[in-house]
Design a protein around this ligand. Structure first.
Ligand code: AVJ
Length: 296
């Protein structure tokens, strides 16, 4: 009797809904080749590691973009319509936005929005002209076709007449790119491996972090840095009830970081409903000012 009741209760108990993280991790680790989305790098530990990356001597993008914003803030801010709302996509520390806000005479609202979630702009912002801001060369994490979709989506959200500022990392000497993702201190390796640590923490995985290696290289044909985690030996890993087999040397592809030339990014923007207005660059990174293409 007791047993029957228990069984019935167990069967009726609602199973906890699998998190998007759990679903994506299992799908990625059972795919061929194995992959995980770079958006999952940024838990508390991963965000702290990324902060350290931005301070590494080899990791130029953050330093270069900050200097470029600082040096050109008045010219960039001169493109802002009076009384506009500054909409930052994937707002991180807001340190970069503050540079622009300091140089712009009249910005009515600063609205950081999460790029991974659908959102509606707050009513107070609805009737203001809009300036979009997507710094940090985060656009490089998208496949070019996804970057195109993202730019079109941003155009729809920002509306007619909008200006969009996009920070883009540039194609450059392969050694410079290589070092930026293979720093001497090993912080980028820790950042990459933290994805496995996060799976262990949040999904009860049993990844042995000592049996995986950080691999980052520049793919010249595809103009992108690729990051992978390579299994040092044949092994099995348990994640959320599933068993994942690894061959010796098999990798999990964890990130692409696409690099553009000024021209190749402008071509992508044009093909995505935006007309290039201006561009600022130090030869390492670039900040593109785009305006929504007028159709008709
Ligand atoms: C935050 C996506 C711009 O691609 O350079 C840093 C992330 N990965 N080191 C980049 C990253 C490894 C970074 N983005």
């Amino acid at each position: 009797m007791t047993r029957a009741v228990r069984t019935a209760r167990r069967a009726a108990a609602p199973t906890a809904p699998a998190s998007a993280f759990a679903t994506d991790v299992i799908a990625g680790l059972t795919a061929k080749p194995k992959r995980l989305s770079p958006k999952y790098f940024y838990d508390l530990a991963g965000s702290a590691l990324f902060d350290r990356i931005t301070q590494l001597p080899e990791y130029y993008p953050t330093r270069c973009e900050l200097a470029l914003l600082q040096d050109n803030a008045p010219a960039i801010a001169s493109l802002f319509p009076a009384g506009c709302a500054l909409i930052e996509f994937g707002g991180g520390s807001s340190r970069k936005a503050r540079i622009l806000l300091g140089a712009a005479a009249t910005v009515e609202a600063y609205v950081p929005v999460d790029i991974t979630k659908a959102f509606a702009l707050p009513p107070a912002v609805a009737r203001l002209p809009r300036v979009g801001f997507f710094p940090g060369s985060t656009i490089g994490n998208f496949e070019p076709h996804e970057a195109c979709q993202f730019l079109r989506h941003a155009g729809a959200v920002l509306g007619a007449g909008a200006v969009f500022l996009v920070g883009v990392d540039l194609v450059k000497d392969a050694k410079v790119l290589y070092r930026a993702y293979n720093d001497a201190e090993g912080v980028t390796a820790k950042f990459n491996l933290n994805l496995l640590a996060r799976i262990n923490r949040e999904l009860g995985g049993d990844f042995n972090l000592g049996a995986f290696e950080h691999h980052a290289f520049y793919n010249t044909q595809q103009h992108r840095i690729e990051m992978h985690l390579a299994s040092t030996r044949r092994q099995k890993v348990r994640v959320n009830g599933a068993t994942i087999d690894f061959r010796a040397g098999e990798t999990i592809h964890t990130e692409n970081s696409y690099k553009y030339t000024i021209e190749s990014f402008q071509a992508l923007a044009r093909g995505s409903g935006w007309s290039p207005l201006n561009v600022w660059s130090d030869g390492m990174v670039s900040i593109h000012a785009l305006q929504k293409t007028v159709v008709g």
